[in-house]
Design a protein around this ligand. Structure first.
Ligand code: PMT
Length: 428
């Protein structure tokens, strides 16, 4: 099936043992009807010869920035304009660092810098290199710049280590390419992958009154939920943001509904979803319990040593109620955990019957509640994906892309984002 005809893919190959998989990827892209122009870094040519990729792609492989004969045929700027998608697979740690820094010190980085096409990278490196603070910083920068990060997978590595850093298999990369170029989650010329969609988000804490002056609550600042609301609006969605008591400005083009208690939040959520929202994201830190009967007057301090016993009753589960409703939106829960992150998130996925759980470790001071950064693992029925540390704002954009893609949402007819063509754009 020529699913990718007449799309043009600039396939970048950098130095890493996974370069051999680029040969299969190139062949499969051609099988799907894409035109493929391979650009290799000097290190890439040490792992696979340009001749191999030339034979597979049917085009001379480009390796030099300053090659007069090649530039006479298609200059580096022309090459950058030619591409509908730039896919760098494998993308080494060094390449990610140079791309994040905005270097233009070889043909591949120059083409990336000069192109308006979406850029995707398939990282491939040793697990310790992938986990290093420098690579995490570079990946976070790239995400903030709108670069799509496909993978890496986890497992045994060529160097004998075990862990994250394996390049995704060609089959998985092809699925991403199809999504990016033709299908669900594809970006329009304005980068609005959720144009025409309705996204409902809860954010911040809830407050459960104990008496007229006291309440039970938690440390949620609302930053992560508000960042998601801004990212969804940026992606073209109509956004309803149901906010607990937080001290944050409302993001542009977002409808905000302020609530206090979990029960108010549920009422607002059901109201927003009654006509069929496309996506529901429960970021709010909802109080699981509330005082059974809030006192009408301020509870007086007891004299003597009797203490105070509170009776709490369970609050309704908002995200589970929405996931069990009709019509049912694509439903995403967050999981705030202090131990066994993935195991607990997976049990929430099953118990609450949601489509995705975004798990974060809230025992750390530098991420989770109140901080500007977060580290999450995405848990779905298909598996787990550990994402690197990054600002909540960058994470929000990445999550919106992942959700649009997994939910199979493409811009609706009549919306600005419907025209998904070769004029596709890189976000930001
Ligand atoms: O607001 P910030 O300071 O930026 O911090 C962000 C965050 C840490 C609050 C956020 O990233 C996060 O983890 N949110 C979920 C917090 C939470 O309540 O987690 P939970 O594991 O207790 O709940 C799981 C899911 O069920 C959540 O989607 C929650 O919204 C939902 N829930 C929980 C209880 C309830 N009664 N109704 C619900 O809908």
């Amino acid at each position: 099936m020529q699913l990718l005809q007449p799309k043009r893919v600039l396939l970048g190959v950098t130095g890493g043992i996974a370069a051999y998989k680029a040969c299969e990827l190139c062949r499969r892209l051609l099988d799907l009807g894409a035109e493929v122009q391979v650009v290799m870094t000097p290190a890439g040519t040490r792992f696979v010869t340009p001749l191999t990729l030339q034979a597979l792609s049917g085009r001379p492989v480009r390796t030099d920035l300053l090659d007069p004969s090649a530039e006479a045929a298609m200059g580096h700027i022309e090459l950058a304009r030619w591409a509908d998608l730039i896919l760098v697979a494998p993308a080494s740690a060094d390449f990610l660092a140079r791309l994040a820094a905005g270097n233009a010190d070889d043909l591949l980085t120059t083409a990336c810098l000069a192109s308006d096409a979406p850029i995707a990278v398939a990282p491939a490196m040793n697990q310790a290199m992938w986990r290093s603070p420098a690579t995490r910083r570079n990946v976070a920068t790239l995400i903030g710049d709108g670069v799509q990060i496909w993978g890496p997978g986890s497992g045994s590595q060529a160097c004998g280590d075990e862990g994250p850093g394996r390049m995704l298999e060609p089959e998985a990369l092809l699925a991403h390419v199809q999504t990016a170029l033709t299908g669900a989650g594809a970006r329009s010329a304005t980068g609005r992958s959720l144009a025409g969609r309705h996204v409902v988000i809860t954010a911040g804490p809830t407050r459960e009154p104990l008496d007229p002056v006291r309440y039970l609550s938690n440390h949620s600042s609302g930053k992560q939920g508000f960042a998601l609301a801004a990212a969804a609006a940026e992606a073209g969605a109509r956004v309803s943001l149901i906010a607990g008591p937080v001290d944050l400005p409302t993001p542009g083009n977002v409808d905000r509904i302020d609530v206090l208690t979990a029960r108010d939040m549920l009422t607002a959520a059901e109201h927003c979803c009654r006509n069929g929202a496309d996506v529901f994201i429960g970021v709010a830190a909802v109080a699981d319990y509330r005082p059974a009967t809030p006192a009408e007057q301020k509870i007086k301090k007891a004299h003597g040593d009797t203490g105070l016993t509170l009776t709490l009753v369970e609050n309704p589960d908002i995200v589970a109620t929405i996931a069990g409703g009709v019509p049912r939106p694509f439903t995403v829960a967050f999981a705030a955990e202090t131990e066994q992150l993935v195991a607990h998130a997976r049990s929430k996925l099953e118990r609450k019957q949601v489509d995705m759980v975004v798990a974060n470790d809230v025992s750390r001071k530098d991420i989770g509640f109140g901080s500007d950064d977060n580290v999450v693992t995405l848990v779905t029925a298909e598996g787990d994906e550990e994402l690197p540390a990054m600002p909540k704002v960058a994470l929000a954009r990445l999550l919106i892309e992942r959700i649009a893609s997994r939910a199979g949402l493409s811009p609706t007819a009549g919306s600005k984002g419907h025209d998904v063509t070769s004029a596709m754009d890189k976000s930001n």
